[in-house]
Structure formats: C-alpha cells, structure tokens
Write a protein that binds this ligand. Structure first.
Ligand SMILES: [Zn+2]
Length: 262
C-alpha cells in the first residue's frame, strides 16, 4: 500500500497544482467512504463511475458498454455497484480500455475479464510496462496502436499513444451526445512536465488536436473546476448549457503543460 501511496503522490505532483481541499481528498486514496462518489450521467452516452481520486467512465453504445479505467482495490465492488446504480449490467461491458498501466487505472481489470467477460485493451507499450505495475494484471486481449480505432455500435474511438507518464498512455477521441447532437470529447492523457523529449513531443501532438469540446479526465484533479462542473450539472435547469462542454478546459490544459515547471 505504501508503494501505491507514493505513486499517487507522484501522479498528483505531475498534474495540476492542488488546493488544500483536493489535496486532503487525494491523500486518503484507499478510504472507501472518503472516496465514494454518487455515480452520475454527464452526457447521453457518458457516465462517471469513479471515486474522488481517480476516474472510471462508462461509455454507452447501442451495442454494449465500454469502460475507461477500472479503479483499484478496495473499490472493485464499488465500481460494480456504481455501474448497476445507473441501470447498467456489468455483463454488457464489451471492452475495458486502460488509459495506462498504473494500478489505480487497471487494478480491477482482471476481475472484469474473469467475472464479466470484458476484453481489456491497452497500448503495446503499456502491456509491456504492466509487469512493473502493482498486480493483479489483466490478460492481454487487445493491443492499441497509435491511430487505431475501435468501434462498438454507434461509437468509434480513436487512440493516440502519448508516451510520458508511462511509455504508452492513450488519449482517446470519441463523440459524446446530448439530445442527439454530437460533441468531440477527448480522454486527456496524463503528461509529465519533466522536459523530456517524449513528454514535449506528446504535448506538441496534444496541442495539434483540433476542436476538442469536452475534456474527460482520468483524475478529477486534472481539472480544477471538475467538482464545480458536477455541481452545476446536477443543478442544471432545462435549456442551460452542459458545463462539461468546455473547449477552454482543453486550452487551459495545453497552457498548463507548456508553462515551465516551477
Ligand atoms: Zn498513472
């Protein structure tokens, strides 16, 4: 557990600066009650089923579900509980996409393979990196290469491999829908501000992505306004815009990554 905690601090340090409140939350990363979040719908096909420290997202398609990241123990049961609370059947999860091979993102992937028959996808680089990460490790079902697409029903995802935080973090572009209208969403890859050539190259490639209207974060703390947006979403009146449609959040991320580390 100590190793996970250290890794968590490293991840947090690599992301946005934290205010005191988020920091207190992030430090308590194995406390079930402190971490529990009521699962919620963000778009017609996108649902948050994660905890305060780390995200897990359900993408609903007309041919089944895709789960992006899996949480870790002790949150395996909570993940399933959250998925069921939204009215979904975990057996409908066709694919689990691991954004990267760190325990907090893929720690429950093996259970999802064994109990629910989901197929796990990660980049080749991170399948190779996985043994260095805390077990249990999922079995290699699908390998994602830079530029690959994956289609399930009415949703096609496009993957870009962005080495930095791990050798094969994937950024995921896919459409989210609200009242039938599509918006361009991106699962934002964690990128280190370490000045290394691979990190700088990943930032440059991220910056070239155009028209990103919705940022989907693998850790809520990557967007300082995340919980504010959630509150606004819950209080939203008919006709008010979805607070997660925020092209400026993508630009804020680029600006943060390009600003020299203090
Ligand atoms: Zn990580």
């Amino acid at each position: 557990m100590k190793r996970l905690f250290v890794a968590a601090i490293l991840v947090a340090a690599a992301l946005e600066p934290l205010n005191a409140q988020t920091s207190a939350r992030a430090n308590d990363i194995t406390n079930l009650e402190a971490q529990r979040v009521e699962p919620f719908k963000v778009f017609d096909n996108l649902y948050f089923v994660g905890v305060k420290y780390v995200s897990a997202w359900i993408v609903k398609t007309d041919a089944g579900l895709i789960l992006i990241d899996t949480l870790y123990e002790p949150f395996g049961d909570l993940l399933i509980e959250n998925i069921k609370a939204l009215g979904f059947d975990p057996k409908d999860i066709k694919y689990v996409i691991g954004t990267h091979a760190h325990y907090d993102h893929t720690g429950n992937a093996l259970t999802l393979q064994d109990k629910y028959g989901a197929r796990v996808a990660m980049s080749e680089e991170d399948w190779q990196f996985l043994p260095k990460s805390k077990p249990p490790h999922p079995r290699r079902d699908l390998v994602l290469k830079n530029g690959d697409t994956l289609t399930l029903g009415n949703v096609t995802m496009r993957f870009s491999v962005m080495p930095s935080h791990t050798p094969g973090v994937v950024a995921i572009e896919f459409p989210v829908f609200e009242r039938g209208q599509p918006y361009k969403a991106l699962v934002q890859p964690p990128i280190e501000k370490d000045g290394k050539p691979e990190s700088l190259a990943s930032i440059a490639r991220l910056e070239k992505m155009e028209g990103i209207q919705v940022s989907v974060w693998v850790h809520p703390i990557m967007d300082r306004q995340f919980w504010e947006r959630v509150d606004k979403l819950k209080k939203r009146q008919p006709g008010e815009p979805n607070p997660f449609i925020a092209p400026e959040a993508f630009q804020t991320r680029i600006d943060f990554l390009k600003k020299p580390a203090p």
